[in-house]
Design a protein around this ligand. Sequence first.
Ligand SMILES: [Fe+2]
Length: 205
Amino acid sequence: MWSPEHEVFIAQIDAEHRDLFQIAEGLEQTMEAHAQPGEIQERLHALAAHLEDHFSHEEWLMQSVSYPSYGWHKQQHDTARRRLKLFAPLIEGGETEAADVFLEFLAGWLQDHTGVTDRMMAAFVRNYERAHATDALERWGAPSRSGGGVRARTAAAAAAEAGPFPKTMRFCKMCGDQTTHEIRASGLACVKCAERAVSAELDRD
Ligand SMILES: [Fe+2]
């Protein structure tokens, strides 16, 4: 069961975690209700797909900020991937004991992983954003020498030179919506704009 103690304070990652807990619970309930194999298979596939999307998203996010503990974090994702690969055929074959063992593993894994590993990643991402926002602010408001003394440039002069106020670390450059992740080479983009850009690239190919 998802609870606020699993929160990592990056909105999109938290939403994905909530979905993950919900999908895992759905699978558990389906198994307990001795549902038809087709339904169990459907829920298992949904779990596998969500897990992979979510892991890939986190791994991309970590790479985009050069997260130093990327290898350690990815190793934990890989352990969950390997477990799922091992158990999926057994669960699909209706082996309830295998489903129990896997779901118990997943519950413990999610608890530890979201509570410690993902929180560390999220703290790093937030601090990365703050550091870069500070860099941008320094560029924007750097003092200049004028009339024999150093004084801060006027806001108008600084804005004329550096462009609009640098709030890009918190707002999508493309649609302007607030976002906390998806840092692309061109700056910060929200998930929707990043996905749109990728599919536009694929369409062109
Ligand atoms: Fe993770």
